[in-house]
Design a protein around this ligand. Sequence first.
Ligand code: NOJ
Length: 566
Amino acid sequence: MKKTLRWVALWVLSCLPWLPAYAQMSSGAPDGGGHPWWQHAVFYEIYPRSFADSNNDGVGDLRGIAAKLDYLKDLGVDAIWISPCFPSPQVDFGYDVSDYENIDPMYGTLADFDFLASEAKKRDIHIILDFVVNHTSDQHKWFLDSKSSRTSPYRDWYIWRDGKGPGQPPNNWVSTFGGSAWKFDPTTDQYYYHFFYPEQPDLNWRNPAVKDAMFDVTRWWYKRGVSGFRLDAVDTLFEDPNLKDNPIRKPGKNAFGDPFEENKYNGKLPEVHDVLRGLRQVANEYDAVLIGETWTADVAELNQYYGKGNNELQLPMDFLFTMVNKLSPAEFRKQIAAVDAASGWPTFVISNHDIVRSYDRYGDGKHNDQIAKLMAALYLTLRGTPIMYYGEEIGMKTTPPTRQEDVKDPIGRKGWPKEKGRDGERTPMQWDDSENAGFTKGTPWLPVPPTYKTHNVADESKEPDSILEFYKSVLKLRHTNSALLNGDYKAINESNTNVLSYLRVYQDQAVVVSLNMTDTPQNIDLELKPNGFTSASGLLATGKSAAKGDQVSLEPYGVFIGELHK
Ligand code: NOJ
């Protein structure tokens, strides 16, 4: 397996098996076709530090995003998820929030947010914010008060415990970012718990005051025009109150030198679902969507996050899809079928700010651009909601630092050289071939990868065969073709080991998608008759890939998307 998910993989491997929940399709305010808005929307994750810098300080900002809304609209994006842009000491680049109801000055002001929201609304683009629910920054006023004394009214907002003895933390739990998950605080002579960095103390969700305050945060943003939240690290909201030691999963040490623990007593506790149900009730009042950062071991576990009767998350992300780490029709078929049979609406992701970009995971070094189109054709034509990651549409490459002194992500600083951190997938957006790829006129916070000369928005917009133009074509088709919007998924040619093919069927309309996952040309018989069709005609294809009757010829890594005829 290529180094895809790094620290995340440790977490997934420690998942507990969960009982499946069987539930109905999700509800929500339907659009014309009877679907809630988020089922037909294409989402796009923006890492705000790296998207567009309007004031040339080297860091992206909200005004920068606002200036790119026309680009996003033209691309085919309906909702942007902005990774945390709240005030933060930036220890974990915004995933350490010190005020949930404001904007970090490096990104702008609340007035800039309101401007962005109104500009987005004019273009029918929804805004989704990132809600860091598990922990705050250690500089949040709640934590500063909590640590000030054992009798602080905020003491119980976090998890404070006595050590087992002098210099000994309360139990063996290790932080997923390395070292003990407990930090000793000499002021009050107790330890506090942090699943992530010590600067990210875990909130105590067993305290009703925490729940009320955090639920109010969501209301505050909904009233400001936000259409939903991506919920960060929901798996880790609760801990066993008796703080039992975690079992060791296997011998040896991870990249941080810590034992491989199973997160039996500090991950995926059933109480998580009470919180998700509550957050969903609030979201329903605003027709909002909840997306989950849900690292699940299998679809039964994913079903837990939809909740009974779909009363929890509408869009728990299926990261198992990102773990299909080679172009294998059989493996993709298996995973798609599993998610398609899940108890809620599928959510597909191929890249994000924590994992190696799909361009590198699937690229073979020779056909990377064709493969990028193939992957787009795959996940943007499935039944479900796709969440894109900025730069994916132009073939941005993961470009990790080569020298330890250049590393910005604390995971990389701590884990170097085994763990180089996540800087590589967070480099500035490549807008054109001018200096710094048009991202900033200042010094970019991370270096711009050399590929900006060949892979950038301006040049690709002029090149009909570019990855960007292909994304636009697929997204246009997806938005206008009712079989792609509403159709069922049906696998065909299931024994083919080279080509992944499937139908999307809606009433009497159907679309076929055929994807050649090899570097040699392939000819296939679509076997349409058993499905009630006789021929296919092209809607979108790469290169010379084409259909004749029910036969399709595909170029190496070729894509064919066609309409079926009776
Ligand atoms: C998951 C986020 O995606 C990641 O970037 C962050 O470091 C951790 N949660 C902690 O908030």
